[in-house]
Design a protein around this ligand. Structure first.
Ligand SMILES: [Zn+2]
Length: 232
């Protein structure tokens, strides 16, 4: 009997323990990117919840003025309503990210429903401008291991942020500049929005942030460019 138990333990330790510990959480569930310390001179601006018929174009105009790029995490149904804005984002050399089809609380959905939310947005982007997004940001940044695994399985890098400008709270532009200036480090991913319910301070803040960060020597890149290599 003892011999049998020992044999079982031996087989278990040889065959199962290495497998158990060889797969890291990242390998199992995928990474979540918030910044990349190896990209010391670079910053990625991100804009969520668009496209918006007025503010997306205004943001693009400012980006073009300063010759900088950014990433737009768009909502599928908004893209259907304002398809020309989507193409303008691509034409400006910016990146399109997936922010689900309806901006739902995906943590409350079944696996099938989550996959549908991501796929619908992806298909809309593809149909409207021929590109498939490869970065995904869940609405409100609400994430868990289960969602990470689904996003990874669907070929996405999950991207959150390292600096929240709080433009969603209609923070005044000068305050947003203060937040960014006090927190900025190379490799940061900055959270902003195309559209905020009740008003918009993002565009005016952008006119302060971009020249300030250019003056400090930072280069603006898309999220996909920023997360190449290692991350924090
Ligand atoms: Zn959002």
């Amino acid at each position: 009997m003892m011999k049998r138990i020992f044999s079982f333990l031996l087989i278990f330790s040889v065959f199962f323990i290495p497998f158990r510990f060889s797969a890291s959480a990242e390998e199992l569930y995928g990474k979540v990117y918030c910044r990349n310390t190896k990209q010391a001179g670079k910053i990625a601006l991100t804009f969520d919840d668009g496209p918006h018929p007025r503010y997306t174009q205004e943001i693009l105009k400012i980006l073009e003025e300063y010759h900088v790029t950014a990433t737009f995490f768009i909502i599928g149904v908004n893209a259907v309503n304002y398809p020309s804005d989507l193409q303008k984002i691509v034409d400006c050399g910016c990146e399109l990210g997936n922010h689900t089809d309806t901006h739902c609380r995906i943590r409350n959905l079944t696996e099938e429903e989550v996959r549908l939310e991501i796929k619908q947005c992806e298909d809309t982007v593809y149909q409207l401008c021929g590109v498939r997004p490869c970065v995904f940001r869940p609405p409100e940044g609400l994430m868990n291991e289960y969602l990470k695994a689904i996003a990874k399985d669907m070929g996405y890098n999950v991207v959150l942020w390292s600096i929240d400008t709080k433009d969603w709270a209609l923070t005044p532009p000068k305050e947003i500049l203060k937040i960014v200036k006090s927190q900025i480090r190379g490799g940061d991913i900055v959270l902003m929005h195309d559209y905020v319910s009740g008003g918009n301070t993002t565009c005016n803040a952008l006119r302060l942030i971009i020249p300030e960060l250019l003056r400090c020597g930072y280069e603006f890149v898309t999220v996909s460019e920023l997360i190449q290599g290692d991350h924090e």
